[in-house]
Write a protein that binds this ligand. Structure first.
Ligand SMILES: C[S@@+](CC[C@H](N)C(=O)[O-])C[C@H]1O[C@@H](n2cnc3c(N)ncnc32)[C@H](O)[C@@H]1O
Length: 306
């Protein structure tokens, strides 16, 4: 019985991947996913079109120069289409739309949450974080910080801490830096690859990774966990919030929705197949705690071993 179920589900996965390999069909799926998100955002009162237009009017030349490391080279897995953007995370359009997109995507996590869904998701992660950490962290790095939503939220939870936000997209970091200026937030933005940050050994008490792992193949995920271990002080923590592959929602998700999701998230199969507990232990952490913090997300907290 179990084998039959596994066979039929792996057949569906192969079928979905086959469909996505046909470019016009993949483009159609991406277009539909994007339209669905914009419509959902406007419906819950998030003015997607107006906000994006406002950001488009700004001259971003100096913002980009402030944050970009021109020596940085990008890994192949990053130079692909993500979230229906042809250039993935390396474009202004993606950077301008991150915030309304987060609100739209998280609006349906809890029934009735709507525009509050994104805030509630972050809160549910922070609640677990606060319960799990034995001491208040003094130095925090937010890996995959994007336009800073997770970074500002962490700073609000730990206002006394020095906070660093790291990302591979200079466009996202330029928007993050602009938002930080608007909020008068003091954050150190770093344009670097999370696998090899170039930051000093043992310089953080908390490495936080919020919704990045599902965007990664397994090899860089392992490298990033090893890098997090190097960056952490004795007793420090790695905290990861992301999609929960064990959630019933993904198990029961209709194939056509899964097709849409996979057309925008190229490494979802690899992420779902990852044994996160095992690779954290291999990277030098104690056995992590894994707690579901929403109907479809989990928080993984791992303390440095030894
Ligand atoms: C879904 S976004 C994260 C969202 C953000 N933490 C938030 O809470 O809104 C994933 C981010 O990870 C970044 N990223 C992906 N691979 C990376 C890598 N190897 N090193 C650094 N950043 C990476 C992407 O550029 C993107 O900004």
């Amino acid at each position: 019985m179990t084998a039959a179920v596994q066979n039929s589900s792996s057949l569906v996965v192969r079928l979905v991947n086959g469909i996505l390999a046909i470019k016009p069909l993949a483009n159609l799926a991406k277009h539909q996913a994007r339209q669905m998100m914009i419509k959902r955002a406007e419906k819950i009162g998030v003015p997607w079109t107006k906000e994006v237009e406002k950001l488009q009017e700004r001259d971003w030349t100096r913002d980009l120069v402030q944050v970009e490391n021109p020596q940085l080279s990008y890994p192949d897995y990053y130079l692909t289409s993500f979230h229906a953007y042809e250039n993935g995370n390396l474009s202004w359009q993606a950077a301008f739309e991150v915030e309304p997109a987060a609100h739209a995507v998280h609006a349906k996590i809890w029934p009735g949450a709507e525009a509050q869904g994104d805030r509630q998701l972050r809160q549910s992660y922070h609640d677990i974080l606060k319960q799990s950490l034995s001491q208040e962290p003094q130095d925090i790095i937010d890996m995959g910080c994007s336009v800073g939503l997770s970074t500002f939220a962490l700073q609000a939870v730990y206002p006394q801490a020095k906070v660093t936000g790291l990302d591979l997209s200079p466009y996202f970091l330029a928007v993050a830096n602009y938002r930080a200026q608007q909020r008068q937030a003091n954050i150190n933005w770093v344009h670097a690859i999370a696998e090899s940050t170039g930051l000093p050994d043992a310089s953080f008490d908390l490495v936080s990774i919020f919704l990045m792992c599902h965007e990664l193949p397994q090899v860089p995920t392992r490298q990033i966990f090893a890098e997090a271990r190097r960056l952490l002080r004795p007793g420090g923590y790695l905290a990861i919030m992301d999609m929960n592959p064990k959630s019933e929602i993904y198990k029961k998700m209709p194939t056509y929705i899964l097709t849409l999701l996979k057309s925008t998230e190229p490494y979802l199969d690899e992420y779902f197949a990852l044994d996160i507990e095992q690779i954290l232990i291999e990277a030098g952490f104690q056995t992590p705690t894994i707690t579901s913090n929403s109907p479809r997300h989990r928080t993984v907290i791992a303390q440095v071993r030894g």
